[in-house]
Design a protein around this ligand. Sequence first.
Ligand code: ACM
Ligand code: ZN
Length: 510
Amino acid sequence: MRRINVIPMVQNYTVDEKTLAFHTNLKVFLDDKFIDIKDRIPENLWQFKIEFVKENADVEIVCKEDQKGYTLAAKERVVITSSTIENAFYGLITLTQLFNGKNTIPACEIEDAPRFRYRGIMLDVARHFFGKKEIKELLDIMAYNKMNVFHWHLTEDQGWRIEIKKYPELAKRGCVRDDEWTNALRHMKGEKYGEGMYFTQEDIKEIVAYAKDRMITVVPEIDMPGHITSALSVFPELSCEGKPLKVANQFGVKHTIGCVGNPDFISFIKDVIDEVCELFPAPYFHIGGDEVPKSKWKNCPKCQALMKQKGIKTENDLQGWFTNEIMAYLAEKGKRLIGWNEIMETADLRKDAIVQWWMGKYAEKWAERGGNVILSQNIVCYLDYPYILTNLEKIYSLGPERSKMKEENKKNVLGIEAPLWTEFVYDKKKYDFMLYPRVQAVAEAAWTMPEKKNYNDFEGRLTYALADLDRRGIGYCPPKKYNPVGFKGLRQRFLVGKRIIKDPNYEVEL
Ligand code: ACM
Ligand code: ZN
């Protein structure tokens, strides 16, 4: 059977020898139920111009109630059926990929639906700043690969990147480092290493709208109560010791964190949440919660007094109390809390929490307790890791079948997400190199049922995806580097392990 060259691979298809030819001006009939899509069709995604017509259409998009996913039948014309706008959109995405830059498609019949409802990429814009242009480009490629969650890591020790109107100094001063990186990293471009490098609320609205047109939900992350040096540099009185400190110049886990025993810290966090929730319609809100050293809380009269008052036994449970407080606050606004797996290190985390698994064995436990999980294990899918550690084939295997999760608990997996942390990602060239084509591999892992996945077949289809990136002027890691093997690969692994090479894929030829 002839193959169809789409990514992510569809669940079921048949194809015959016939080829259908179309004009580049594609006439599309749209069911009234989907009329909203008309103004939201993003021109730069399609390989054809779309003209909406009432009759003599090349493509009919028809609403079929109760249908899960979409169908696409290409015979004389193309008929796409779906019950939702999202799936009608994905039918069109499949169609544009079938064209592969030509004006013909193979005659075929497709039945398709996503494996997971949460198919994400995370971008850290705090360590190194990436702006609207780079984000929009990523959103285009995500949509082209049917991904639907952009997790936006907006705050860090090294920079606060979102305007909060109640606290104008927060982003203005919290995004500025007074020195270049001192830990083997390149400095940021711009005045005083970051002046003005934050997103205004208007910028945020623009990105959220751009994503919405591409069926992508934007999930904000405001990291708390750790990874928050940038905010504490502006409001040092909100830390346990209240000492002045600077926006962090070096990466690594910081011991100065928010003082949860101080009601002013809780009010500050709630004020920030109020504004962020207004900007992001997503049903989720990410609070980070990762890497929270407890040494300052142990010695803080306010934190200890709160523990005594509430009968909280350990500092880990104090983080649990904080997470539950914030979760309840978010629930009032109709939002579910997501946190990195450290939020589980307490006895009584409420079940509504969604745990994002990046390390350890947490996800199995949370899923076993009936909680929802997002899979992002660092050793499988971190996009900041060099290709020698998370190569393309490994990322392609991401999914619950890689864990020891019991079969009956896999239903608790909401989906998968690959994060791009940017300590080492200092320019657009490296950004592209680390993202692509790993984004395409994550997309197929998130969409396609495991029994329909085949890595070698995926690599074959990738040729077309890389040609598409070429057409768009976007860089990527070339095939000879995305699965490093042999002596050079082993040597690289050794040097990375010894921390002799910090940035192997990029600087050292394999
Ligand atoms: C993480 O990588 N600290 C979630
Ligand atoms: Zn404290």
